[in-house]
Design a protein around this ligand. Sequence first.
Ligand code: UD1
Ligand code: MG
Length: 457
Amino acid sequence: MGFSTLVLAAGAGTRMHSKKPKVAHEILGKPLLRWVIDTAKAAGSDEVFTVLGHGRKSTIPLASDTTVVFQDQQLGTGHALMMAEDALVAAGVSTLVVLSGDTPLLRKETVQALVNQHLTQDAAVSLLTMCVDDPTGYGRIVRNHQQDFLNIVEHKDASTEELAINEVNSGVYCFDTANLFGILGKLQTNNKQGEYYLTDVAALTLAQGGRVVALCAQDASELAGINDRLQLSQASAQAQQRINTAHLLKGVSMTDPSNVWIGPDVELSSDVEVLPLTMLSGTTTVGCGTILGPMTRISNSTIGADCVIDESILIDVAVEDQVSVGPRAYLRPGTVMRTGSRAGTNVEIKNSDIGVDSKVPHLSYIGDAELGEGVNIGAGSITCNYDGADKHVTIIGSGSFVGSDTMLVAPVEIGEDVVTGAGSVITKNVPSGALALTRPEQVIRENWKRKRDEAHD
Ligand code: UD1
Ligand code: MG
């Protein structure tokens, strides 16, 4: 098919009333701009170009896998194309799809259909339009009595008659670049916003005898442009519904899909059950038969099969099969939970490897530690991994039993089959098979309370 894509994302998004540029705002944990770039790639673009300008510090990282063009002053969507012309010419692009960074719900199939139509109809300009109940803010599609496309009139420039038109411009285009670059120089700023409108390219092409195809999309919902936070929340709800529906139809259970939020890049196997108030984001994958939630947040993590993750937070972790997590566990980056292991109630684990069948059942902090197989960590135990300047490692050998409330002062190494006495502060390495105990002898003073009370009388 052979096309490249240009994503327009230089605008400030003033209607968001935000310090953050509009396209850096997120839907289901993924920035708007990433939704659009990923769609452009999935649709089969040879190359993706991105026009950035406002708030580039936060937008550049989002477009790192594209060719970035800067538009220092945002003089309109037509001006954005002018700024990209050199890069597009240098790359030899002849068919160019243009997308807005603020239209995240667009599907790849829609882009492919537009390009197909554009090429088979030998059009100079193709654009997707949509019919909406409330056209406020959108450019109106003006047609003649024969329904031929004539022009796009921006909301702010529209007459009362034109304002009543409910077929609007979606901001999704396909251009023949030879025609486009010939016309960009003719764009004027004699409109209400004093901007170079990309939309004017359509009428100018017609005036030159070029072919313009304005296709009305069946499903307007995927073309919704986000200009304010109300639209952001509406698009979020729509993305949530689209994604959850797809998972439900592929064998994932959700008792209440309206209270489950799953990012677009999350992969769930069949027989996964997602309970209410659960958010899954980033590149999370979950294996067969695992139950997530209620009230669980997982991002960028790999979860195996037949696990139970209850009321917990997992960020950048790897969980193997038959692992039990929670309620209220916090697994931080670098944590690996091996098969059959457990992180229980009010447990925090960071950058640690919890071996096969090892258990950290209650009220513990495990950081920068390596646990062998079948280790048991008693309630309230802590790896004291930080000395105020550096982080240190704790190693606990297979089969060891760490008594409740043990402080393991790192760096420290516990051998295999070690037992530590409850309440011990372990500062030195312990050889395999030993008992380690740091405990002052218990003092008993018989009848102490009665004697004290008598002394006070
Ligand atoms: C634009 C269209 C309108 C269409 C609507 C669909 C124009 C003139 N109008 O209006 O017909 O109905 O999208 O959502 O194109 N941008 C730049 N540089 C600029 C200006 C904008 O890169 O100088 C980017 C923005 O970051 C945004 C996109 O272009 O991602 C569209 O800009 P926006 O200001 O949202 O245009 P709309 O008013 O929505
Ligand atoms: Mg917009």
